[in-house]
Ligand binder design. Structure first.
Ligand code: BES
Ligand code: ZN
Length: 457
């Protein structure tokens, strides 16, 4: 039998190390399409969107904020699911900043202020004393604040900018009061290099000080003690499938989602949907021979600043990084009320993952999957270590994003299925044993046309 014609159809990153070359087929009518479809079908036919939907139902029963019992229950559930598919599964614990503590006091003209005083996250410890100067919202501070305490109203610009603007004028301390219409005083951040004590008070107390300043000089003392982060523990869950012993290319593909939700949010779409995709692909791949190591993983503390995926990426040796040819991230893949699928990369450039996704989209859904530029999810730490990575998500986003309304009833089984078909076919294009290893060094041009879109979120 003559070997199939060699075709390299990837646009920007796929590379074929040795002949006969692999085929990444974008065109369902190309001569080799049948065989690629046959391979796609091996995966696609096994996808059960009802199973995915049920996983989301279970996971979204309660919030899964990082560091809470809700997250831990989800972690145990995901681990047991991976194990039930036959995977060796690792829980990877890590710490993240879950809050801030500190005891702060203010005195006004020598008298203790009797309202509640909140320590800014990141405030230094120490005491500052000086004349109190009201600088409004602090968006354009011209007053000389040398040796003085700045009284600031919250709102309009960031905490960073407010503190920096008064610091630049020489301020020694900050008292900030809440914005109009907001109660309480639980807010405020200072950042690296902003080394002055900074505290928050409620709006009424702040306005009283503003009034007092209209009639008299005020000397204020701001004192912050015991200002330090509170750490919580979160987990990544990692299930590894080793390649077939005699057909090991040495390469690794990672497939991820995040299992944590925002505080109080059921996070059905963000990101129980992605977890259901990772579990479903893991279930299917468990029984599918591959020549590539597959690592299925769910990250914790994504909503706290991609902490779990940064932790995971930091544990990879340079050798593992070099062998990891692709990271597929699924985040928010099932909302009825969101737009179409798009692949985001942190630099807005195509890479092997977007090539594979676009080619798979053309084959299995006969649609062009566009790409765009966005970070904001767990593909970022992989990208930063030089691993081709992309986020699979629907955009524009649904209105329920990060709200208590992000619930199961807003999930579309069709959307779930389509994304997992595309990601699964993309993964299998590399992982199936008949395609040779990829090399990262060379790039093959190809006819998979897919466009960049600056799509609104
Ligand atoms: N699922 C979102 C990612 C996202 C949000 C993508 C909006 C596109 C548009 C993710 O869980 C998230 O909310 N990420 C955080 C970033 C993180 C660094 C805290 C965000 O975007 O605020
Ligand atoms: Zn998310």
């Amino acid at each position: 039998m003559p070997k199939k014609a060699l075709t390299v159809l990837l646009a920007g990153g796929l590379v074929l190390s040795s002949a006969p070359a692999a085929v990444v087929d974008a065109n369902p009518h190309a001569p080799n399409a049948l065989s690629d479809h046959a391979f796609d079908n091996k995966i696609i036919k096994k996808i059960k969107e009802d199973r995915m939907y049920n996983q989301i139902a279970l996971l979204s029963e309660s919030p899964r904020e990082a560091g809470t019992q809700g997250e831990y229950n989800a972690v145990q559930y995901i681990k047991s699911e991976f194990e039930s598919y036959g995977y060796e599964t690792e829980l990877q614990p890590f710490e993240f900043e879950s809050g801030w503590e500190g005891t702060s006091t203010i005195s006004i003209n020598g008298t203790d202020f009797d309202g509640d005083v909140h320590t800014f996250n990141g405030s230094v410890n120490g005491t500052a004393q000086g004349s109190l100067v009201y600088v409004g919202l602090a968006n354009d501070v011209t007053a000389d604040l040398d040796g003085k305490i700045a009284l600031i109203e919250r709102g309009e610009i960031s905490f960073y900018e407010k503190v920096q603007n008064v610091l630049d004028q020489g301020a020694e301390g900050v008292i900030m009061f809440n914005r109009e219409g907001e109660e309480g005083n639980d807010f405020g951040y200072t950042y690296d290099g902003q080394d002055i004590p900074a505290v928050a008070i409620n709006r009424d107390a702040g306005l009283q000080l503003v009034e007092q300043l209209e009639t008299e000089e005020v000397t204020a003392t701001v004192s912050v003690e015991g200002s330090k982060p509170i750490y919580g523990t979160s987990y990544n869950v990692i299930a590894t499938k080793k390649p077939h012993k005699n057909k090991d290319t040495g390469q690794i593909i990672t497939v991820g989602a995040h299992h944590d939700s925002v505080e109080g949010g059921p996070g059905a779409n963000d990101d129980a949907s992605g977890v259901s995709g990772v579990l479903e692909l893991a279930r299917i791949m468990a029984k599918t021979p591959t020549d590539t190591e597959l690592r299925f993983m769910t990250f914790g503390a994504e909503e706290k600043g991609l902490v779990g995926s940064y932790h995971y990426a930091s544990t990879l040796s340079q050798d593992e990084v070099d062998r990891t040819v692709a990271h597929f991230q699924m985040d928010m893949i099932g909302s009825k009320d969101a737009g179409d699928l798009i692949m985001f990369t942190p630099d807005g450039e195509k890479n092997l993952v977007t090539d594979l996704g676009a080619a798979a989209g053309a084959r299995v859904a006969e649609e062009m999957v566009e790409y765009g530029q966005l970070g904001r999810s767990d593909h970022v730490p992989f990208f930063e270590r030089g691993i081709p990575a992309a986020l699979f998500i629907h955009a524009p986003l649904e209105p329920w994003y990060h709200s208590p309304e992000d619930t199961l009833d807003k999930i579309s089984k069709e959307k779930l299925k389509e994304v997992v078909e595309i990601v699964g076919s993309g993964v299998y294009q590399i992982a199936r044993p008949d395609t040779p290893a990829l090399e990262n060094a060379k790039v093959a041009p190809g006819p998979v046309d897919y466009d960049f879109e600056d799509r609104p979120l």
